[in-house]
Design a binder for this molecule. Sequence first.
Ligand SMILES: Nc1ncnc2c1ncn2[C@@H]1O[C@H](COP(=O)(O)OP(=O)(O)OP(=O)(O)O)[C@@H](O)[C@H]1O
Ligand SMILES: [Mg+2]
Length: 347
Amino acid sequence: MKVVAQYAAPPFMTRRTPAPPPEPNPEGPSGVVGAAEFARSLGITREQLDSHERDGLLPSPRRRMRGEVAHRAYTVDDLVAARTALGLPSPLPSPKRQLFLNFKGGVGKTVIAANYAYRVARHGLRVLAIDLDAQGHLTKCLGLEPSTQSGTLLDVLRDRVPIDRIAVRGAAGLPNLDVLPANLALSPIELVLSQKNAREFQLKKALDGQVGRYDVVVLDAPPNLSLLNLNAILAIDDLIVPVLTDFLSYDGLRILFENLETVREDFGFEPERIGILINGFNAGESLSQQSRAAIEQFYGELVLDTVIRKNTAFGLATAEQKPVFEVAPRSKAAQDIEQLVSELLGI
Ligand SMILES: Nc1ncnc2c1ncn2[C@@H]1O[C@H](COP(=O)(O)OP(=O)(O)OP(=O)(O)O)[C@@H](O)[C@H]1O
Ligand SMILES: [Mg+2]
């Protein structure tokens, strides 16, 4: 509870040499994985995998030629099917609700949330991505056209329609990725919420009704101090705060923490984990280095180890309305999101 109060008013300081960028994943994030990674994702040993395949508990895998050798190749569908066939529990100790929020606009909330949700689903977890922004950019990034979606969070919060009745199944080609889309129909949400009893807890209530259905719920917030965002803060476990390495973003953190402090005072609640995520980092720019050092200096343990580097793959993927893992699977963008998944979920 003390964490928020402690960080309510940071000065802008520069010191400390920045940590080196994360090591790339040597196997590279790709849609199809080999036996070692497949076994690891299932939480079993390679020998157990071999024996389950021999015994017919798991189907024989397909093969992929690498040079002269045929290697076993597994997809996310195989992962989901194997988990079910083996009766394996979720690899997470408990389900997680994770909100990407910063009151500052254009810091990468949406593009990171979309790629993160996709990558978590690729690990075979049941994921729900919720678009809280009437712009519908998360919806777009996950391959859906916002304007043609018939249901949004408005229906859930206004008419108490259960989330899973509206969520779009199988987004971005993954059977285990659901999206609760957004479009302009979501615009009256503030008015709707303001007229409710317990108006700050409506989203939490709706999500509590989905317990057991999803392993991870990823929420992408609009950049404002709205009642909807307050609902989101009060509904989550983890708050992830993407921040660019420039002065205004740094200053925006102060505003966010002052606000979180108010939430803590008013509701006696703060998220279990707050992770500041440095985004758009460019080691070749001294301002980027200085800002990163300032953020790390002041916010210390709240800053995640993962740093998302500036990378054109994000823009390319957004333009194609696909995840970076499809458009540029070996890009720095894909590597950094992979590292974020590993840091936040331990998978
Ligand atoms: N690490 C990065 N490298 C390159 N481009 C990036 C990076 N992160 C984000 N971008 C680009 O910055 C722009 C803004 O990103 P995004 O829409 O995700 O921000 P946002 O915080 O969700 O904005 P808003 O507050 O308007 O919702 C997009 O064009 C995105 O592709
Ligand atoms: Mg956004």
